[in-house]
Ligand binder design. Structure first.
Ligand code: C2E
Ligand code: SIN
Ligand code: SIN
Ligand code: SIN
Ligand code: FE
Length: 360
């Protein structure tokens, strides 16, 4: 077995395991340099908005961005075919300007297109200056293989990002739908998510947990969808039976969310049920106490009340931050978990950045 084949096979597990293209692509460029025995490799990606090709990875370190039709790279991009250029300066398509600005001397070039699963060209993988001899068929096949790995990874990454962002937007819009009837803005639920997630970060929870909380906390009032308008939108104070009905939004939300296997929705169900429980056991719906109340609900309670107090509601004007802080600190160990409340106000500056950035 040839050394190159061995090298390629020994890299296969790295290639298969690495899910982030930001890490995989540089590895592929290094591998291409070694296997093809060239001086440099670059991977160009197409920017649809600017109609340019830019280097995602470039040995030699200089970031290059060229019109999508320029040079050998552009020719490979436009044609969707691999190009083997034995003498760059003899080819009229070669763009000498790049060498001029970088001070590098290009002799020969191999450029193969990155093609996605629909046959669309996403970019170009380029190898420059074979260390000895000329590029051959074997080099081209090798670079095409590595280009396939690169485009698969890039495509999977883009798909993952799209799914993740659609999922996030769906969660946020549905959470907002529950509050749509009362005049809470979309930004109110965005803030609750970001502030809760900030607190989880400060507590040292791992990134995925913080991200889940960022999406779960906004769902805390989803049960308000089951509360009659006459109560939800009442301008004045809620009386007896009205208040009993309003309190059910916690259990309604829990019932909506509780049966999912999904970790994020399970977290949201817990938060919905317990976000009005109080540290001293005087909250609702069950009068749970202290650490019997899940940590996510204790966090969300602080974010929710702070944001509700400092915002206008149909039944109250907005309070100043100082008023809200005094009021809440007085309830330390009564309504709120004292350690979490301290953490919150220790980080008030960062909270206020979120408030300002997502103001109504
Ligand atoms: P919300 O408006 O999102 O308020 C969330 C929580 O922030 C409240 O939970 C309460 O702990 C705190 N909060 C908000 N505004 C005030 C305030 O002016 N004074 C005080 N002391 N705390 C405030 P809570 O009390 O369990 O209420 C849950 C939900 O019930 C509220 O969500 C709101 O939708 C509704 N609600 C509560 N009181 C009234 C009211 O007097 N009139 C109407 N129409 N709705 C009310
Ligand atoms: C918010 O800031 O919470 C929304 C504004 C409002 O409740 O009127
Ligand atoms: C209540 O109506 O009992 C509570 C309302 C509030 O805290 O604003
Ligand atoms: C923590 O992680 O802050 C302790 C867990 C808890 O308070 O329940
Ligand atoms: Fe609530």
């Amino acid at each position: 077995m040839s050394d190159k084949l061995k090298k390629l096979l020994s890299s296969a597990s790295i290639i298969a395991k690495e899910r982030e293209s930001e890490k995989l692509i540089p590895t592929l460029a290094d591998l291409a340099r070694e296997l093809l025995e060239v001086d440099r490799c670059s991977l160009f990606l197409y920017d649809k908005i600017k109609d340019t090709l830019y280097t995602m990875v470039a040995h030699g370190g200089v970031r290059i961005e060229v019109p999508a039709t320029a040079g050998i790279v552009g020719a490979a991009f436009v044609s969707g075919e691999p190009l083997l250029i034995p003498d760059a300066y003899a080819d009229p398509r070669f763009n000498k300007e790049v060498d001029k600005t970088t001070g590098y001397r290009t002799r020969n070039i191999l450029a193969v297109p990155l093609i996605d699963s629909k046959g669309k060209v996403m970019g170009v993988f380029q190898a420059i200056n074979k260390l000895s001899g000329a590029f051959g068929q074997e080099d081209m096949e090798m670079l095409e293989l590595l280009a396939t790995y690169a485009s698969n990874s890039l495509e999977a990454g883009m798909l993952y990002e799209r799914i993740k962002s659609a999922y996030k937007e769906t969660v946020m819009r549905l959470s907002h739908a529950a509050e749509y009837k009362d005049p809470d803005t979309y930004n109110h639920i965005v803030r609750i998510g970001l502030i809760s997630s900030l607190m989880a970060q400060k507590l040292g929870f791992e990134e995925e947990y913080c991200y889940n909380l960022q999406l779960a906390a906004p769902m805390h009032d989803i049960g308000k969808i089951g509360i009659p308008d006459a109560i939800l939108l009442k301008k004045g104070k809620l009386e007896g039976e009205e208040w009993e009905i309003m309190k059910r939004h916690t259990i309604i939300g829990y019932e909506i969310l509780k049966d999912s296997e999904n970790e994020l929705l399970q977290m949201a169900a817990r938060i919905s049920l317990e976000h009005h429980e109080k540290w001293d056991g005087t909250g609702y719906p069950y009068g749970k106490k202290g650490k019997d109340i899940c940590i996510e609900a204790r966090i969300t309670a602080i974010a929710d009340v702070f944001d509700a107090l400092t915002s206008e509601r149909p039944y109250k004007p907005a309070w100043s931050v100082e008023q809200a802080q005094d009021y809440m600190l007085n309830l330390s160990g009564k309504h709120f978990d004292p350690e979490l409340l301290k953490l919150f106000f220790d980080n008030l500056e960062e909270v206020m950045i979120i408030k300002r950035e997502y103001s109504d």
